[in-house]
Design a protein around this ligand. Sequence first.
Ligand code: PLP
Length: 400
Amino acid sequence: MPETRRAAPTLSARMERLGTESAFEVLARAKALEAAGRSIINLGIGQPNFPTPPHIVEASRKALADGHHGYTPANGILPLREAVVADLHRRHGVSVSPERVLVVPGGKVTMFFALMMFGEPGAEILYPNPGFPIYESVIRFSGATPVPIALHEAAGFSFSADEVLAKITSATRLIIINSPANPTGGAVSRRELDRLAAGLERHPQVAILSDEIYGEILYDGAEHVSLLRYPALAERVILLDGWSKTYAMTGWRLGYGIWPKALLHYAERLAINCHSCVNAAAQYAGIAALEGPRAPLAAMVAAFDERRKLITAGLNALPGVRCATPTGAFYAFPNIAGTGLEARTLENRLLEEAGVATIAGTSFGAFGKGYLRFSYAADTAAIGEALARIKTWLARNARA
Ligand SMILES: Cc1ncc(COP(=O)(O)O)c(C=O)c1O
């Protein structure tokens, strides 16, 4: 009997356009090498290497013991939304109503919802490049055209408001801003944000997604200016923030968006269609994080600062490598063009041959060519050892 030919399932065309965040692939490869007995220093994935502070863990344990096992309102429990609002007031001096808060499973979800809301064929969405890879991935997935805002090393990886404004066309629906930034560690100054906000008054049809997930991780007295502070933009700024980075809670999957009133209904519908609500115990942990002591955060940022100085100095001492001093987040983004090696080659060979996981700059977009991202959310001993391994490896293999 001839075998019946089965047709393969027919996927939607958009599935071919979906990109990824290669930090997760590098993490999997690093884990596999470790499991095979290799010593790997992971400076790839962007997560604090600190435990979640104990008072936060305790709050979720108590929530479970108290019987918080069911669904919660789709937008999040009111005490958590009130805590978010109080935190925004403390940090930015802004008054937002708790109705505008949508609690979601991680920072990424606000991004996905905003891009699904505005993206479709024919629409243009501006995004930072190099930037968090999910921006470009989901813009393409939505069918919209990604329009890069190139970030340059010479400008401290900030942008010029005039350059951004010049890219706006009648098809522009949304602009993504991320400050402090992944992967560059750059932060946009108040001056440039003021200029952007003023210029956007001429383009009332354009919405803004402001990804401020690293807003509390800043150095050298750098100031974080939230786009929520601009009353003229209040009807069209979507704020993305969350607990992952600030409170060392990446695995809890807890984030929030502040939505303009007119968009809230759609964002909540997306939540109900997608995940119903966030894990109840995690929401109680989120309250403890926002209302509890600030000392664990201050200690974490102080530790990052020490590592930042160590890694920047160490990278600048490597042949063929030049590293701008990051002012925020926990990433260094050195220019590696002088080594004579492509970023992807360097990423692969440093992992396989030197046992150091990093991420090629091109994983963050075409303008990341010639750069490598290091996450310095690892202890100083690990960073020192990684730098020593890279130095030895470059001495054998690089052009410089
Ligand atoms: C710029 C930026 N936005 C959002 C996220 C997503 O955060 P979460 O893990 O809470 O989804 C990340 C995570 O690396 C990030 O770097």
